[in-house]
Design a protein around this ligand. Structure first.
Ligand SMILES: [Zn+2]
Length: 225
């Protein structure tokens, strides 16, 4: 009896590895920079493949880059031209050194659950209520995973710090001027407001799970260093 059971087990293992669920396979092969369940899946309108030629050349390059992962909604914002080209360029530069997963630009972003996003940050989101909402204008991205690790709990980890160092190395005119992350990350990097970092305690507390990169202005940045 032992041999047939072993053979059956073997077959089962092979079947599972070779087939799995279509969803699982898709996520594993299409968006290796994101964990299962977060990257582009079969519901992504771009699933039908490389024939999807929407978006600028830079956007298409980014979406084809295996070191860049995006949720369905984030990928669709990119293809739809919702994302500021400066942000696309910055993300591309980061992917030269790190694998990143962006879960949101504009679509699907909210500060407070149940409160729809608008041009201004809603009251109740730390002390930032009333300030312009860079996500709403397509000028902000939230990075949730770096090199396969969640930002959450890894603020002082090599990979997440590495992203901060890439950002710090960008020229002030190209660097986001709204860089927010976990407190440990921000403190370790030691970059200041003049370099684009947000240091307010309430905002650091609200960003212990992701890195937020934003451009506060329509053109240029407020960075002076
Ligand atoms: Zn954000």
């Amino acid at each position: 009896m032992r041999a047939p059971v072993a053979a059956l087990l073997c077959l089962c293992v092979l079947f599972a590895a070779g087939c799995g669920t279509p969803d699982g396979l898709d996520r594993a092969t299409r968006d290796p920079a994101c964990p299962p369940g977060l990257g582009r899946g079969i519901l992504d309108p771009g699933f039908l493949g490389p024939d999807d030629e929407r978006g600028s050349t830079a956007v298409r390059k980014l979406l084809r880059n295996p070191d860049f992962g995006a949720s369905d909604e984030a990928a669709e914002d990119l293809r739809g031209g919702e994302v500021d080209p400066r942000l696309v360029e910055t993300l591309r530069t980061v992917t030269e050194q790190h694998r990143i997963c962006v879960d949101v630009f504009k679509e699907g972003h909210f500060f407070i659950e149940g409160v729809e996003d608008g041009p201004r940050i809603p009251e109740g989101y730390g002390e930032a209520g009333g300030l312009p909402n860079t996500h709403y204008f397509g000028r902000a991205a939230d990075i949730r995973y770096v090199d396969g690790e969640p930002v959450e709990g890894n603020g002082a980890g090599r990979a997440v710090l590495g992203v901060g160092r890439v950002l710090a190395g960008l020229p002030p005119a190209r660097r986001p001027d709204q860089i927010i992350g976990p407190e440990e990350w921000t403190r370790t990097l030691g970059s200041g407001y003049e370099e684009g970092w947000v240091l307010e305690e309430d905002q650091l507390d609200l960003h212990d799970e992701h890195l937020h990169l934003g451009y506060t202005r329509e053109d240029g940045t407020r960075n002076i260093r």
